[in-house]
Design a protein around this ligand. Sequence first.
Ligand SMILES: O=C(O)[C@@H](O)C(=O)COP(=O)(O)O
Ligand SMILES: [Zn+2]
Length: 213
Amino acid sequence: MSSNEERICEDIVRWSRSLFERGFTVGSSGNISVRLDDGFLSTPTNSCLGFLEPERLSRLDAEGRHIGGDAPTKELPLHMAFYAARPTARAVVHLHSTCATALSCLADVDPDDAIAPVTPYVVMRVGRVPVLNYTRPGSADIVPLIRERASRCSAVLLGNHGPVVAGTSLEGAVFAAEELEETAKLILLTRGMAVRTLDAVAVADLENSFRLR
Ligand SMILES: O=C(O)[C@@H](O)C(=O)COP(=O)(O)O
Ligand SMILES: [Zn+2]
């Protein structure tokens, strides 16, 4: 393993532990992958994000075939679909964070954008977040749904399941997943209240000035 790959493995372990310790995901839920120059690294299936070991992370070739480490997350089709749709994506983070998952279960959420632009930071970090129809966890049925949305959206909610966020770096994907969760919390906290959202001019200004693709 190159020293660069070793460093990325350490980063995956460190960010995963941080997310777990702050309650962004529990048990063995959630998974993370990173795109390398010649393949991918992912968290192993059934692993707890709080207790990963760098040498046991799954190694995949450029086509997503398992070539080393423990067996990869069963959500590999989902991760690979994001990378295919977003050439600039270097990392994908899937969590079962509570509030974003709650939004993914609500029948009256806008399926084209579950996260209203209530603060500037969510526009900068996350953008539009569609809700995809429910598919069984690990099923390749999610692939066409991701293909349809992911070139325009860096984050989605899997229906009745939870958030998935792609980023141009691992840190960026983690920050976006955290911001998505915190904004979902704000949306739930203010449900039924007269919420003022940012107008289209403000949203466009933020997207043009700050949005990472
Ligand atoms: O919800 C699920 O079962 C998966 O999406 C998940 O979060 C954990 O799956 P593995 O990464 O295969 O452990
Ligand atoms: Zn899941």
